[in-house]
Ligand binder design. Structure first.
Ligand code: GCV
Length: 699
């Protein structure tokens, strides 16, 4: 296999330079399997560039000598001890250093796991011992990440294995270009990376390169089409299955399994049946047969993703069936093949009457799903958005996550920046994701979300743009998502360092510390900056309806979408208390049901999510709500201006084209931040009649 390095795409976190430490050394790769071959190809490719050797066999002597010749060196040069050994832990013959690591680790009874690996350095040899072929590939990419540090002094045995078994990206990609949503729904990086001109891309090199990037970040599953399954895309399940198989073939060598979004009404739409009732025998037989054909074409197919009874998609409600019955229909069809169904919990009434104050969209997922806990099959995974609404810049954690102890739960994040600047604004999201993953629904005595979730899923931010993500700095979100899904305890700032070091290989740049320091100054706090100049205190949805970019305070106020802020001349916010509001606070266990219920105890940043308060209400931070709105909007826009200036000082350290792209986007970010600042401040100044304590300009 050739290692994919398309010239039409930026190298992102896998530039050739990142492979120099391996490519300049002797690496022994031991083991069989497709993913081991991929690792071999990667090493050979790096060696061909940097002059090192790929060694293919350990000899029996304790020195770790190896035979065979690598791509980059002559036979003579290839001899001698390997600098790096990548081996399956089950290999019969290991060189001495690897053997020593195996013996030492044998005292630890924890299994390495198929995707896990041990890393150690014995003498002059760095050793990766993997539990399976996937672990070997992940081990290789870990060594790439460490760079020269992997070949420094002694290294005790470290155990690496993913915390979450499935680390998945959903693509909201359509084959056809949708008249309103474009080709990629909520996509901000051009067209689809998979689909083009009504079919799969002719040249799938870019798909392979994408798989390679994702494997290096730890992702192991992808859904290749939009959860809103339109007419053309519905056929991917049947007569267009070959297109899916072609993509799966590109993803497979990097350990990524392919999943498909399917239409719940497929038996009607594709099978000409009279209904899609999950308890109907013909319907069940149809799904069983369709699924068997999928596995004929794609033996390692991952499974289905379903958005049902949501925003116009068909679902089991039409037949008076529950969502457990709906999910189990597909789970049963997939079970014989080891597949899973991801069933989305994003179910709410999108045709609400704005006059109706009793219906609360935030309540909907819990109301629908909590009573069904225990009714889902073992291979049905409930996919829950991290917040109860819809990926706003600030939401509480969804109460559904803690309400389903007998159900497998995947927490869904949005890497694509629908509500966080649409990849025109710098908005580094891992600090938000860490807050979600660290949240303890039952307080410090109970597990955190990271422990409750079986899986992490995110909506991808990738398209066919040269930089993959439109905004080059948005690559960091994609990278960090994979890494956090692998280990939710990783520190966002450390992840940013990883990404910077790989992507910009600062060692090769003039002044790595300045580059790193500046990017941290621009990105570490960028989520909070974005929050400051957009929607305050957890209120959400003050965006332009439809495309969701830019401010429109009342844009959704009188619509059927259930997304209101209820600002009037006296106050703002949604009363979700049990005492006087919608009762949503009651969906949380203690202590949060008590904390959120109280306007005094509720964290400031979520106050308006849970409470309707007067503008003069004093926050825990000491300022009034109205003054906080003014202060944060002025501060946020100032920070956007500062970010722009910081970037201007990096012209000498960054590729000129990348620099120009980011500079242009930062101009737009500042324009937009100022627009947000002025619209929000003006709106609340006019509504409340309260002047800014500092007399700043409000219109
Ligand atoms: C794919 C939000 C987005 C929709 C998206 C939906 C979902 O409502 O605006 O574009 O549809 O979430 O998650 O299904």
């Amino acid at each position: 296999m050739t290692v994919p390095e398309p010239t039409s795409a930026h190298a992102a976190w896998l530039p050739a330079e990142a492979f120099r430490p391996i490519g300049a050394r002797r690496t022994l790769v031991l083991g069989d399997g497709l993913l081991v071959e991929t690792a071999r190809d990667e090493v050979a490719h790096a060696c061909a560039r940097f002059g090192g050797s790929l060694l293919r066999r350990a000899d029996d002597r304790a020195s770790g000598q190896a035979s065979d010749r690598a791509s980059g060196r002559t036979g003579d040069q290839a001899g001698g001890q390997a600098d790096l050994v990548l081996a399956l832990a089950t290999e019969a013959h290991l060189p001495a250093a690897a053997q020593a690591v195996r013996e030492e680790s044998g005292q630890d009874e924890r299994p390495i796991g198929a995707e896990g690996f041990l890393l150690a350095r014995r003498g002059e040899v760095t050793v990766v011992l993997a539990g399976g072929p996937a672990g070997l590939l992940y081990g290789l990419f870990h060594v790439v990440r460490l760079g020269e540090a992997a070949f420094g002094g002694p290294r005790p045995v470290e155990r690496h294995r993913p915390a979450l078994r499935r680390r998945m990206l959903d693509h909201w990609d359509n084959i056809d270009t949708h008249p309103v949503m474009g080709q990629v729904e909520r996509g901000y990086a051009g067209g689809s990376v998979f689909w083009q001109d009504g079919g799969p891309r002719g040249d799938l090199t870019r798909v392979r390169a994408y798989a390679r990037l994702l494997a290096a970040a730890g992702v192991n599953a992808i859904t290749v089409n939009n959860v809103n399954v339109h007419a053309t895309e519905a056929h991917l399940l049947t007569d267009r299955l070959g297109d899916v198989a072609a993509i799966a073939a590109e993803l497979r060598p990097y350990g990524i399994r392919t999943h498909l979004s399917v239409n719940f009404a497929a038996p009607i739409v594709l099978g000409a049946l009279a209904c899609a009732d999950p308890l109907d025998e013909d319907v069940r037989a149809w799904w069983a047969a369709a699924t068997a054909r999928v596995y004929d074409a794609i033996p390692d197919f991952g499974g289905y993703v379903v958005k049902a009874d949501s925003e116009g998609q068909p679902g089991p409600f039409a037949y008076g069936r529950s969502h457990a019955e709906g999910a189990n229909l597909l789970a049963d069809a997939l079970a014989p093949f080891g597949g899973v169904v991801h069933w989305r919990a994003f179910v709410y009434d999108h045709r609400q009457d704005w006059r109706d104050r009793s219906t609360d969209r935030a309540r909907a997922a819990y109301d629908h799903f909590a009573p069904l806990d225990g009714q889902f099959r073992a291979n049905a995974i409930l996919q829950v958005k991290h917040g109860p609404m819809d990926f706003q810049v600030r939401e509480p954690v969804s109460p559904v996550i803690a309400a389903m102890p007998r159900t497998r739960v995947a927490v869904e994040l949005q890497v694509t920046q629908e509500y966080t600047g649409q990849q025109r604004h710098v908005c580094y999201l891992p600090p938000m994701w860490r807050e979600v993953l660290d949240f303890e629904p039952r307080g410090p005595e109970g597990p955190a979300v990271a422990g409750l979730a079986d899986e992490l899923v995110a909506v991808s931010n990738v398209g066919d743009d040269f930089y993959w993500t439109g905004h080059p700095l948005a690559q960091a979100n994609l990278y960090a998502f994979g890494r956090l899904a692998w280990d939710p305890r990783l520190d966002p700032a450390a992840l940013l360092d990883e990404w910077i070091d790989l992507t910009f290989t600062p060692a090769a740049a003039g002044d790595p510390e300045r580059l790193r320091g500046t990017l941290h100054a621009m990105m570490d706090g960028s989520w909070l900056t974005y929050e400051r100049y957009t929607a305050p205190l957890g209120v959400g949805f003050m965006v332009r309806p439809g495309h969701h970019y830019g401010p429109d305070v009342d844009g959704y106020e009188y619509t059927p979408w259930g997304t209101y802020h209820f600002a009037d001349r006296d106050g703002v916010g949604v009363d979700r208390t049990r005492a006087t509001g919608t009762g949503f606070t009651g969906q949380y266990p203690e202590p949060w049901s008590r904390v959120y219920e109280s306007a005094e105890e509720c964290p400031d940043e979520l106050l308006l999510f849970f409470h309707h308060v007067p503008y003069q209400h004093v926050l825990r931070g000491g300022t009034s709500v109205i003054q906080h709105i003014y202060d944060t909007h002025f501060a946020g826009a100032d920070q956007a201006a500062e970010t722009r200036l910081l970037w201007q000082k990096l012209t000498d350290l960054v590729d000129p084209e990348l620099h120009a792209r980011v500079a242009e986007l930062l101009d737009e970010q500042l324009r937009s931040a100022e627009e947000w600042r002025d619209q929000i401040n003006t709106y609340f100044s006019r509504k409340s009649g309260v002047p800014d304590a500092h007399g700043r300009r409000i219109y």
